[in-house]
Design a protein around this ligand. Structure first.
Ligand code: NDP
Length: 277
């Protein structure tokens, strides 16, 4: 019997998850079909119920459903509970378990460039869904000093308050254009962009000369592969990382949860790059 699995979102046409996962299933000879499910918010509960069918492995969840699925599931991993969002659902015996592999995927990606920098502050741009996972991951990894800058400052403050229990030191929150930004950027060891600014054209949040040359600069956007932020960082001599490794590692962790097998990472990276080319 062919197993059913897929990604749910609304809209969902942009997702390259089907390419990444189908390549992995095919490489291991697992009879599974990874689908793309466009489900409007009003139909989410009925769609979640359909995952309880026996031939379903589970699902990936993306915008705008990551938070809305939480109350519809039977159990949550500690990570999903702390983040308040689910990107992976696993079905076993009719029960639905929610996890969030974005956090571990982000940390695994950072390992490719030496891991979380020790002994320096982290500046996070953004306070949306991805920011929640990235900030939680960094605090779990032991980051002591974190500052969140967001266009809507109330969102930054809410995220800082929600994550404070997981932090060793204070989590600071500022509006994007706060005067404190210059000092934080000058002192930080890691800068992570989790906003969607950079997805289109030449848009940037920071002036090129503000981008910290001493820091590791990460943009979790994977398309385009080099955002204006990463181009500015490279020009200033900073180390950089784009969002592709995070995307593939969060997928690999979900694949492992569904199948219990080691994900074929090389095939998943190749499929992701091919889908983006
Ligand atoms: P959300 O909609 O939840 O959050 C969007 C964030 O971007 C908010 O902080 C928002 O600020 C900010 N933002 C949007 N437009 C502007 C603007 N014009 N100026 C300043 N800030 C702006 O989205 P997600 O968190 O789900 O996704 C964010 C990005 O992360 C996307 O580009 C997505 O592709 C990427 N991503 C990558 C992943 C990976 O595996 N590599 C995984 C998940 C996401 P405000 O709150 O003020 O509106």
């Amino acid at each position: 019997m062919v197993q059913r699995v897929g990604v749910v979102g609304y809209p969902i046409g942009h997702s390259i998850s089907p390419a990444i996962h189908q390549a992995a299933f095919d490489a291991l000879g697992i009879a599974a079909r990874y689908e793309r499910w466009a489900v409007p918010p009003a139909d989410l509960a009925a769609w979640v119920a359909s995952l309880r069918e026996p031939n379903t492995l589970g699902a990936n969840v993306t915008v705008p459903h990551k938070e809305a699925v939480v109350p519809l599931l039977d159990e949550l991993s500690p990570t999903a509970r702390a983040i308040g969002a689910v990107n992976t659902i696993v079905q076993i015996g009719g029960r639905l378990s929610g996890d969030n592999t974005d956090a571990a995927g982000f940390l695994r990606a950072l390992e490719e460039v030496g891991g979380v920098p020790r002994g320096g502050a982290v500046v996070l741009l953004g306070a949306g869904g991805a920011a929640r996972a990235v900030a939680y991951a960094l605090l779990q990894a032991g980051v002591g000093t974190l500052a969140i800058f967001n266009r809507h400052a109330d969102r930054a403050r809410a995220l800082a308050a929600a994550l404070q229990p997981y932090a060793r030191g204070p989590v600071a929150a500022f509006p994007l254009d706060a005067p404190q930004r210059a000092q934080w950027l000058a002192d930080c060891a890691l800068l992570v962009n989790t906003t969607s600014v950079g997805l289109h054209g030449g848009e940037r949040l920071l002036a090129p000369e503000e981008v910290p040359a001493q820091a590791l600069v990460v943009d979790i956007i994977y398309n385009p592969p080099q955002t204006p932020l990463l181009a500015d960082a490279a020009r200033r001599g900073a180390r950089t990382l784009n969002g592709l490794p995070m995307l593939v590692y969060q997928a690999a962790l979900a694949f492992e949860r569904w199948t219990g097998q080691q994900p074929p990472l090389d095939r998943m990276f190749a499929a992701a790059r091919a889908a983006l080319s």
